[in-house]
Structures are given as C-alpha cells and as structure tokens.
Design a protein around this ligand. Structure first.
Ligand code: HEC
Length: 108
C-alpha cells in the first residue's frame, strides 16, 4: 500500500512538472508579439530597417552563436537588453521561459 502511495505521488509530481515546464508553443506566440518585428519569422529574417537604424546586424536566432548561449544568458538578453537590443519589458514571468524554449526550438 505504501508503495502505491509513493508511486502515486511520484506520478503527480511528474504531471505537475510537465505543466510547469516552459512551453515553446506559447513561446511562439510571445515571439510573434514581442520579438518578430526585429528578428523576423522564426528569428531568421532580421528586419533590415531596424538593423540599419541600430547600425548592427541582428543575429539569426537559430545560429550556432546564439544557440551556444545558456538559457540564463538569453533570459538576461530579454529582460535587460544586450548591446543595441533594448530590454523587452512586455515579456514577463513564465512568458520569458516560454520564449526561451521557443528560441531553443529553432536550433537546427
Ligand atoms: C527593437 C528590436 C528588437 C526586439 C523587439 C528584440 N530584439 Fe533581440 N536583438 C535585437 C538586436 C539589434 C540584437 C543585436 C544586439 C547587438 O549585437 O548589439 C538582438 C540580439 C538578440 C539575441 C542575441 C544576443 C547575443 O548575446 O548575441 C537574442 C538571443 C535575442 N536578440 C532574442 C530576442 C528575443 C527572444 C526577443 C523577444 C522577447 C527579442 N530579441 C526582441 C533587436 C531586437
């Protein structure tokens, strides 16, 4: 009986864990609203006008250089900005994890 309870608890934790995990699909929506105007579809077609305005190339998010960054690094880029990229204040809480999961999903 005790074993059964432990199994049940372990199962519940797994279910909760999945529910809490970052969601790349939700992240795609966040990306569409808050990142795409600069990074383009799938983070792969940077907006040339924005690039010109900032005077820097906008990195392709699926590139090995960007994918080499840790999740924490990407989070910091979003919350505090990096170089010419301004902090994206509209993305908060679990949406940050979701959009990071989306950026990860772009890896080729
Ligand atoms: C206003 C335009 C703009 C928006 C909006 C924007 N970015 Fe960026 N992003 C840039 C620019 C410009 C750079 C290059 C910065 C530099 O090298 O100075 C960049 C760089 C990055 C990098 C690479 C950083 C590095 O360390 O090389 C990542 C990752 C990134 N952006 C993710 C995102 C995500 C995710 C969002 C949405 C939550 C987002 N960006 C929204 C303009 C933008």
């Amino acid at each position: 009986m005790k074993k059964l309870i432990i199994t049940f608890l372990a199962l519940m934790c797994t279910v909760a864990g999945v529910a809490l995990a970052a969601d790349a699909k939700a992240g795609a929506d966040v990306f569409g609203k808050s990142c795409k105007m600069c990074h383009g579809e799938g983070g792969a077609v940077p907006n040339p006008n924005i690039s010109k305005m900032f005077g820097v190339p906008i990195p392709i998010l699926s590139s090995p250089e960007v994918q080499a960054k840790s999740d924490a690094d990407i989070k910091t880029v979003i919350t505090t900005g990096k170089g010419k990229m301004p902090a994206v204040k509209t993305v908060t809480g679990s949406s940050i994890d979701d959009v990071v999961a989306y950026v990860r999903s772009l890896k080729k």
